[in-house]
Design a protein. Structure first.
Length: 580
């Protein structure tokens, strides 16, 4: 932008540009040129205000903090002249962190907000015809940092927020412009303030994120393709980090091992999507984390291989028998490893590639034979790698991208930009062209056209890379809204996602550690979505809990199960569902 800013507003104008207001200047974003320019006129220096597009194409800007005080002033932005005009009339009540809703009458409902430290219950109406403000009936609750959504029938639903009586609100209320009255309108599952509320095409409202005080949630949530709601589900039996999640043929999800704080886990549990519950299943022979779990082609067995134990990287492997719910030991790998990849090939074998061996990346690769349940070495990779990604391509070869090539994790390691492909026929790896940047702890997602989307990683901020199989090369695409690594990417293949089918959800992750937080990577609760048609990312919503090193699994009904991981500072025993 031309000006750095926070606590600002963004409004889509009729000409397709976006007006950003906050601070001593305003910016216009032009999507045609992808550039920002300052407006001709300058707005009042304000933050935590509200702005709304009016029917005539102008923008009403109200309140906010001006010189550190909540203001009652308002102004109009005219796109034709790019100027701001302060209104002679002022709001009835000074306010910041309030809401404005354009009603079907053309008038604007202004509700709640702060003046000083106390939220308001006062509401008022702005009339664009007379450019005046008039008080209306007070809300039932004092609210600030709430959200307001215009419903199809013309009423306005006010959701959550911070209040006087209890701190945070789960109770909602609705305003009827015909009678100018407020009435209670149900409760959310969670008290929320500073959340988001989005009216969806089917008339439902997507509410996500926010704060509920200082307590840490041990919840799970699902994204549902129909409601797009983040739904809390029952907690896992054990908090898990660096575990695996495998979708089974019956629609259940197998969660295996991992760690809780410093303790490795040998336990496993099953998520039942019909009941949204977790139950323990058989125990592993060896506690492990940073391992792999691969559903074999017979859909009856899951291969659990390698990983970290409390003292070392292991080469052991086990099979989970889906019918009995028990684990049994099988032949070991030739090389001890963790932080590696395991890819199911078209012939039913599993390619195990690279990873960490005693802290040092290894180039060694091997194949698991499901008939003999043994491992045999195959050709080595061209580069030592760990924390890389591997994707089975449409022609049966495997693309291996990025990863850390250094031995010492304590040194800055932005990852390698290199990639290579494995040919199961020859057993050899062949170098491709490089990505635009080095990546490690990133994500790689196969798209329907056979290309592979590479997102995030420690080298951030950076554009995404898309691998093109015919040319064995990478092209750059749009940039993530938030820099992140240790996130999860899920391709929306289920038709339940409607118009979003074919896009990619980017879920949670972490930002690079800074001295501000004592060097600890900060987990993210944000979710964004990538559209392959435009090559751009847009915000999708917010998890109920910030997570990194979690799992994200598409269920048979289109919902996405998110489990465990680390927020700060504890390993999470929670899960959640994202609904389409």
């Amino acid at each position: 932008m031309a000006n750095p800013r926070t606590k600002h507003t963004a409004n889509l104008l009729p000409n397709g540009q976006v007006l950003l207001v906050g601070g001593k200047a305003a910016d216009l974003y032009d999507p045609a040129t992808q550039t920002y320019t300052e407006t001709v006129g300058a707005p009042t220096d304000r933050k935590s205000h509200a702005a709304i597009l009016l029917p005539d194409g102008t923008v009403l800007i109200t309140g906010g903090y001006v010189a550190k005080l909540a203001s009652s002033s308002a102004e109009i932005y005219d796109p034709a002249s790019q100027t701001f005009t302060v209104l002679a009339a002022r709001m009835v009540t000074p306010r910041a962190n309030h809401t404005m809703t354009l009603m079907s009458t053309g008038k604007v409902l202004i509700a709640g907000g702060y003046s000083g430290t106390s939220p308001h219950d006062e509401a008022e109406i702005y009339d664009p015809a007379t450019k005046t403000f008039t008080a209306t009936t007070n809300m039932l609750f004092h609210r600030a940092n709430h959200r307001a959504v215009l419903l199809a029938g013309g009423r306005v639903l006010v959701i959550g927020g911070t209040t006087l009586e209890s701190g945070f609100l789960s109770t909602n209320e609705i305003y009827d412009p015909v009678t100018a009255t407020w009435s209670e309108y149900g409760e959310m599952n969670e008290d929320r303030s500073g959340h988001t509320a989005t009216l969806l095409a089917d008339g439902t409202i997507f509410v996500a994120g926010g704060v509920t005080g200082n307590r840490t949630l041990q919840t799970a949530e699902v994204v549902d393709p129909v409601t797009h709601a983040f739904t809390p589900v029952a907690n896992m039996n054990v908090g898990r980090n660096e575990h695996t999640a495998t979708l089974l043929p019956d629609g259940k999800v197998l969660l295996v091992a991992g760690s809780t704080d410093a303790e490795g886990l040998a336990s496993a549990e099953l998520f039942n999507p019909a009941r949204n519950t977790f139950s323990l299943t058989g125990s592993l022979f060896l506690a492990r984390k940073s391992h792999t779990a691969t559903l074999l082609q017979d859909a009856a067995r899951v291969l659990i291989a390698g990983g970290k134990t409390i003292t070392h990287d292991t080469r052991t492997a086990e099979i989970y028998d889906i019918a009995t719910g028990q684990f049994r030991e099988v032949g070991s790998m030739a090389t001890s490893r963790s932080l590696f990849t395991a890819t199911l090939l078209n012939d039913g074998k599993v390619l195990v590639a690279a990873g960490r061996n005693g802290g040092t990346p290894t180039p060694k690769a091997e194949l698991f034979d499901p008939v003999t349940e043994t491992f045999i070495e195959t050709g080595p990779m061209r580069l030592h790698r760990k924390r890389h990604r591997a994707v089975l391509l449409q022609d049966g070869t495997v693309l291996v991208s990025g990863g850390a090539a250094l031995s010492n994790d304590d040194q800055p390691n932005e990852g390698t930009p290199t990639a290579e492909t494995y040919n199961p026929v020859t057993g050899r790896f062949t170098k491709t062209s490089d990505m635009s940047v080095g990546r490690t702890e990133h994500e790689a997602t196969l798209l329907p056209d056979g290309s592979v989307l590479q997102t995030g990683g420690r080298t951030i901020p950076a554009p995404t890379d898309v691998y093109q199989s015919p040319t064995r090369s990478f092209t750059t695409s749009g940039q993530l809204i938030l820099e992140r690594y240790r996130h999860r990417a899920v391709f929306l293949s289920n038709p339940a996602w409607g118009s979003l089918t074919g896009q990619v959800l980017i879920i949670g992750g972490a930002v690079v550690a800074t001295d501000i937080f004592g060097g600890i990577a900060q987990a993210l609760d944000s979710v964004e979505i990538y559209n392959p048609a435009t090559g751009q990312f847009s915000s999708f919503g917010t998890l109920t809990e910030a997570r990194q090193n979690h799992t994200a699994t598409m269920l048979n009904d289109g919902r996405i199960l998110i489990t465990g991981g680390v927020g700060r500072p504890f390993v999470s025993g929670t899960a959640e569902l994202i609904r389409p």
